[in-house]
Design a protein. Structure first.
Length: 471
């Protein structure tokens, strides 16, 4: 009797943003379709793929360190091959001096070659494709077809990312994304709605709509912005699910989008809208396309159109030419308390971007001090906001519960976790990036991840709140 060869076992480590996570899920779906076995543990795999991030310096350092660490398994004989994918792999082609960060990998795979990953992995494992193996849905297509290929979900079943386009056509002078991901490619509305329906059918209760720029969705398809049309199409789905809008470029955020979001309670009153700065000098230097007056007008209009909205934003400090006066203007802006959530990044000098032609003249210690000062100001805002929520009744989506075996709750917030029984989020908190609702009371022990429950807030913390389940 002829001996059948064992399936190739593959592991994937996904780094970077949610958009990378979706790519990772499609890669795993492509491999699983062709008969590969998937494991979450690289020590159990024949081949490990690392989906890298190459957006800024710190992300590249994390990717490089991950590749070096996993390559040790290969030297120990526990791994046959290591493959680098993702943004750093693409960026290194554009900036050759970054190639050294990928040296631990046996193969570097660009986006356009993702459909060939089954073939590449077989070659690395010394295997030929079985004539009876099913053909990958993307085997004869390119990266555009890959965007619509099956996904093998990683992470929580009840919360999923819905990627509506790839690439970016905005002219931000500091950003390498257009060089890494190319110009915007929007997916047809019908494809996005079909995927949303599929995700809901397998248990998703929350869909976070993502892209490099969600608000310019459709411009490449129809010569106009189609996000309102897409939201209306998603609104037609009959299921009890939350939709959350992420990565909204402020220049393209229209009243039509805001009004559509306000039209159905399944659209979370939440906007992730990176502003990057508020000083006119910095906004112009960054190529953001808006000045301070236009930004403030938009910020005043948003809560009028979308009452009760939670705003998340991000800022860059230490951009070339940022003066103390520019920073003080930004600091005063944050202290106004407009934002529910905010992140602060140090300017990263990115090769071959327009900003790279300007000397990075702000010392790193000044950048770090400005970041710390800005985050401290936002912390005070967050504390006031969380304290004001005490007594409110919220509908929350349960993310994690007490471990049924050990009784231990995952330590999202170590200082309070021992007294809580579940971790949840309201419509005002996005997964992974925002605070949480810590649930307390015996009845919380009986909750299941992915369930909606009504709670009452009893305590405000720095970025989180503590709540009790209403019975």
């Amino acid at each position: 009797m002829k001996k059948t060869s064992q399936p190739i076992v593959v592991s994937l480590v996904s780094l970077g943003c949610a958009k990378n996570t979706v790519d990772s899920e499609r890669v795993l779906g492509c491999l699983a379709t062709e008969g590969f076995l998937i494991t979450g543990d690289p020590t159990e795999a024949d081949i490990c793929l690392v989906n890298t991030c190459g957006f800024i310096h710190d992300a590249r350092e994390e990717s490089a360190a991950t590749l070096r660490e996993i390559s040790k398994l290969r030297r120990k004989g526990q791994l046959k091959a290591l493959v680098a994918l993702g943004c750093l792999a693409e960026r290194a082609l554009d900036v050759p001096e970054l190639g050294a960060t990928l040296e631990p990998a046996d193969a570097v795979v660009r986006f356009k070659d993702y459909p060939r990953l089954p073939e590449i992995c077989r070659e690395l494992a010394g295997r030929a494709r079985s004539p009876n193996a099913p053909e990958s849905i993307t085997a004869k297509g390119g990266y555009n077809e890959f965007l619509a290929s099956p996904r093998l979900r990683i992470g929580a079943t009840h919360s999923a990312y819905l990627k509506i386009s790839e690439g970016c056509s905005n002219p931000c002078r500091f950003c390498s994304i257009p060089r890494i991901r190319g110009k915007q490619i929007s997916r047809p509305i019908a494809d996005v709605v079909r995927e949303a329906r599929e995700l809901i059918s397998v248990g998703a209760k929350e869909l976070c709509v993502i892209a490099q720029d969600t608000t310019s969705y459709g411009r490449d398809l129809a010569g106009k912005f189609l996000l309102p049309d897409l939201l209306v199409a998603l609104r037609a789905l009959p299921d009890a699910v939350w939709f959350r809008l992420m990565y909204a470029y402020p220049l393209h955020l229209s009243d039509a989008v805001l009004e559509t979001l306000a039209s159905d309670p399944r659209f979370c009153p939440y906007l992730d809208m990176p502003l990057q700065h508020i000083s006119d000098a910095m906004l112009a230097a960054m190529g953001r396309g808006m000045n301070k007056v236009a930004t403030l007008a938009l910020l005043n209009r948003i809560p009028q159109k979308l009452p009760g909205v939670a705003l998340r934003t991000s800022f860059i400090v230490g951009y070339p030419g940022e003066t103390d006066r520019d920073f003080e203007e930004l600091l005063a802006f944050v202290r106004e308390g407009r934002f529910t959530h905010a992140g602060v990044f140090l300017y990263s000098h990115e090769a071959k971007t327009p900003a790279a032609k300007v000397a990075d003249g702000v010392p790193v210690e000044v950048k770090q001090a400005r970041r710390d000062t800005l985050m401290a100001a936002q912390l005070e805002v967050a504390r006031r906001r969380q304290a004001a929520r005490v007594g409110q009744t919220l509908t929350v989506l349960v993310d994690e519960c007490v471990d049924a075996v050990s009784g231990r709750i995952p330590e999202k917030r170590p200082e309070v976790a021992s007294t809580q029984h579940a971790i949840a989020r309201s419509r005002h908190e996005a997964p992974e990036v925002d605070g949480v609702v810590l649930l307390r009371s015996a009845s919380a022990k009986k909750l299941q991840p992915g369930s909606f429950v009504t709670v009452r807030v009893v305590q405000g913390l720095d970025y989180d709140v503590v709540a009790e389940v209403k019975v």
